[in-house]
Ligand binder design. Structure first.
Ligand code: ZN
Length: 512
């Protein structure tokens, strides 16, 4: 790639443009390439034939190298310097320049050889994990895990950190987050959740879930989910809903947001709640300001804010009495033989049932964060060298017993259950809990700002909520970091208080 000397005014097309215009042209180019990687990755999960993996990995690696080169291009640095000297940029334009600089700084700090080694090793390690997991082959997986952790340590040293190397990993997913404050937040949360879990389990008794053993035809599920997705405000002219083994959202542009879900005839809730969840992610991705397309202002603040949007729709809205007061009669009409004898209260108890379990992605709202607490404790210990990969299985099983009172019967349902560690996503798990806490906090603030919100939801009207989230979160792009955004939107930084109050209120209502 050619590197031109400093040039504060570049020519874009035939027009001599000011540095900001040239900067956004470079940015749009980078985001267009990233969007192409996103489409390849979406296709890999939804459409690609099984034998396509090797060719796809090559295409994605080649594009990733080009993107890295664009970030490292000296012209980008020069334009960023020139924009810093521009007095007339708006607050949003300054955010574009600041966040592009942040992304560039991270890219140039990682030597290309290390970036390539990380990409190759994590890709191979993920394949090893996928083969080893069903066989519970810990001997095959552990050496790869150790290698991935060692590479991430090298990466943290290149990136630099505020207090401890793990900060560098956290900062990749939640800019500005620190290990120390995350540890305190999670420990305080655990101290509240463990006794609350005991009280709820006692109140819930031994009654089984009222949906167990019932059947729900998939075509009818698909029609019902598509309807809810549109009514919550997802624009189907600017998005799609497909199927994949693990539901996810891929935002290529605000005008092209891909969601997936998965269907099971014996589990109505799996597709329904994953559609609401991914719909929340998707509405965020569709809600960026169009004039900033192809810049960091048309991008999520962090994973913890992204997850707050999905969890808010899935849980605060989707598991509420208000929501089902409107939709349950239609759901009963859609599945008369399975639901006619299940009244609304029994249905609500079923979708909010608390059941300590081995698998994080199947966890209820109360136990979910206890899974995250364990992963955080273990991965910080692994990263600090206080725990070896070979000792992880027993440390995991001890943690599950003390946090949740359950013991994995096999590593596949224990420390090998999630893909994250195999592909090097260390520092990622805490953002799930941040999302849960922020969802409750934002929903609380929305209710304060809009006293009629419950009545709207009971009437199947979601425009006021979507508009509020649009103003407070979506259209903000990356103007603020996660905590600053929470402060601006709700009046306080991220806190566990509203989430705990929400759980107490919900379970008091369900069980008296
Ligand atoms: Zn999510």
């Amino acid at each position: 790639m050619s590197q031109s000397p400093a040039s504060p005014t570049l020519s874009v097309g035939s027009v001599a443009a000011k540095p900001y215009v040239a900067l956004t042209a470079m940015s749009r180019d980078i985001y267009a390439l990233r969007s192409a990687v996103g489409l390849l990755s979406w296709d890999q999960e939804t459409m690609m034939p099984p034998a396509g993996g090797e060719g796809r990995a090559r295409s994605m690696a080649a594009l990733s190298r080009v993107i890295h080169q664009r970030y490292c291009d000296a012209r980008l640095r020069d334009l960023l310097d020139a924009c810093d000297a521009e007095p007339e940029l708006s607050a949003e334009q300054k955010s574009v320049a600041r966040e592009l600089r942040r992304d560039r700084d991270k890219a140039v700090k990682i030597p290309e050889s290390l970036a390539a080694e990380i990409a190759e090793t994590t890709s191979l390690s993920q394949r090893v994990w996928a083969e080893a997991r069903p066989k519970n082959d810990t001997k095959a997986f552990n050496p790869w895990l150790a290698k991935v952790i060692s590479l991430r340590r090298q990466e943290a040293e290149c990136l630099g950190y505020a207090e401890t190397p793990y900060d560098a990993l956290l900062d990749n997913y939640e800019p500005g987050a620190r290990t120390g404050s995350m540890r305190k937040l999670l420990r305080d949360l655990k101290a509240e959740l463990v006794p609350m879990l005991g009280r709820i389990l006692e109140a819930q008794g031994k009654s089984g879930a009222s949906l167990d053993g019932k059947a729900f035809l998939v075509p009818a599920q698909k029609a019902f989910n598509a309807r809810i997705l549109v009514e919550m405000g997802f624009n189907m002219a600017a998005g799609r809903l497909d199927e994949s083994a693990h539901p996810f959202t891929e935002g290529l542009y605000a005008g092209d947001v891909r969601l997936t879900t998965r269907y099971s005839e014996t589990d109505l809730m799996s597709a329904l709640f994953s559609t609401l969840h991914e719909g929340g992610h998707g509405i965020y991705e569709q809600g960026f300001l169009p004039e900033f397309a192809g810049t960091p202002m048309a991008e999520a603040v962090s994973l913890g804010i992204h997850e707050s949007q999905s969890r808010l729709w899935e849980n605060q809205v989707g598991r509420s009495k208000d929501f089902w007061s409107f939709y349950y009669p239609d759901l009963q009409r859609t599945f008369p033989s399975s639901l006619a004898a299940v009244n609304l209260d029994a249905f609500l108890k079923s979708v909010n049932r608390v059941r300590p379990s081995l698998i994080r992605v199947e966890a209820d709202e109360v136990t979910y964060n206890l899974h995250i607490v364990l992963r955080f404790e273990l991965e910080t210990a692994l990263f600090a060298g206080e725990l070896e990969a070979a000792g992880l299985e027993s440390a995991w099983n001890d943690g599950m017993r003390s946090n949740l009172g359950v013991t994995p019967d096999a590593p596949a349902r224990g420390y090998m259950q999630d893909v994250h560690w195999s592909c090097g996503l260390l520092g990622y798990f805490p953002t799930y809990t941040l999302g849960n806490l922020r969802a409750a906090q934002l929903f609380d603030a929305a209710h304060r700002d809009m006293p009629g919100l419950s009545a709207d939801i009971r009437a199947g009207k979601f425009a006021s909520l979507k508009d509020w989230l649009g103003r407070k979160v979506h259209r903000q792009g990356r103007c603020l970091d996660g905590d600053a955004l929470m402060l601006a939107a709700t009046g306080s930084k991220t806190s566990a208080g509203p989430f705990l109050a929400y759980l107490k209120g919900k379970y008091a209502q369900l069980y008296g």
